[in-house]
Design a protein around this ligand. Structure first.
Ligand code: CDP
Length: 223
């Protein structure tokens, strides 16, 4: 019997652009494994900070990456990254991690260490009986899964995104993170060519999700 197709949905965009809420909804509606790759960069950043390894100390970053053991735990519908057998907690949303994560994420060796890990989550999703995966980040449709079945790029005016973050009670310099993420040499934040670009500034999350869900449903419908 032929293996059923495994759908790959890529959602990219800047901070507070609506990626997390929309990807969680699509995951639930279509039984897709949910993968928040920002949480991976955040967890590694928290671990580097805990060990006192600065983003500017490349030899120490490389050495630490070689020592860390990455695993995956399924929590609900989400794939969470384990580092040395442990899933990071709320510390990954701290002000300290917000302030440093883009500097670590700009390091090519660190990104390279995550590429095969992220691609391997397709097998993890298949093994757990999902129909596909929805992965959110900055470089999913451009670098991780350029051949994804659906690729979306979400964006919104910076002022609106700052209001959303403040509404969550979080201190987050999103303009600064976006600046660093967009200008780095390796896999910068950009709308991949061919991706569906959606401006979420003035539309409700429900409307955004419906537009995305229609595209996903069209891919899942029998030809
Ligand atoms: O949720 P929010 O938009 O605030 O950020 P996030 O998705 O948790 O990502 C945190 C940071 O990780 C980003 O600002 C990027 O520096 C980095 N990141 C990345 O470089 N590539 C990804 N695929 C995902 C996140």
């Amino acid at each position: 019997m032929a293996t059923p197709p495994f759908l790959i949905v890529a959602i990219d965009g800047g901070a507070a652009s609506g990626k997390s809420s929309s990807s969680r909804t699509l995951s639930e509606r279509f039984h897709l494994l949910h993968v928040d790759t920002g949480s991976f960069y955040r967890a590694i950043t928290a671990e580097m900070l805990r060990r006192g390894v600065g983003a500017g100390d490349l030899p120490a970053v490389r050495q630490t990456l070689a020592e860390l053991r990455f695993g995956t735990r399924l929590t609900g519908r989400s794939a969470e990254m384990e580092i040395d057998g442990r899933v990071a907690g709320d510390e990954i949303r701290s002000r300290e991690v917000n302030d440093h994560v883009s500097h670590y994420a700009a390091i090519p060796d660190l990104r390279a260490a995550l590429v095969s890990y992220q691609r391997g989550l397709a097998d993890f999703g298949r093994a757990h009986g999902f129909r596909g995966l929805v992965m959110e980040g900055r470089d999913i449709g451009s670098a991780i899964f350029p051949d994804a079945d659906c690729r979306f790029f979400l964006h919104a005016e910076a002022g609106e995104r700052e209001r959303r973050r403040a509404g969550q009670g979080l201190h987050d310099q999103i303009r600064e993170r976006d600046r660093i993420d967009s200008s780095r040499k390796t896999s910068p934040l950009t709308c991949p060519s061919g991706a569906v670009s959606i401006d979420t500034t003035h539309v409700s999350l429900d409307q955004v999700v419906e537009q995305m869900a229609a595209a996903v449903a069209a891919q899942l419908a029998p030809a």
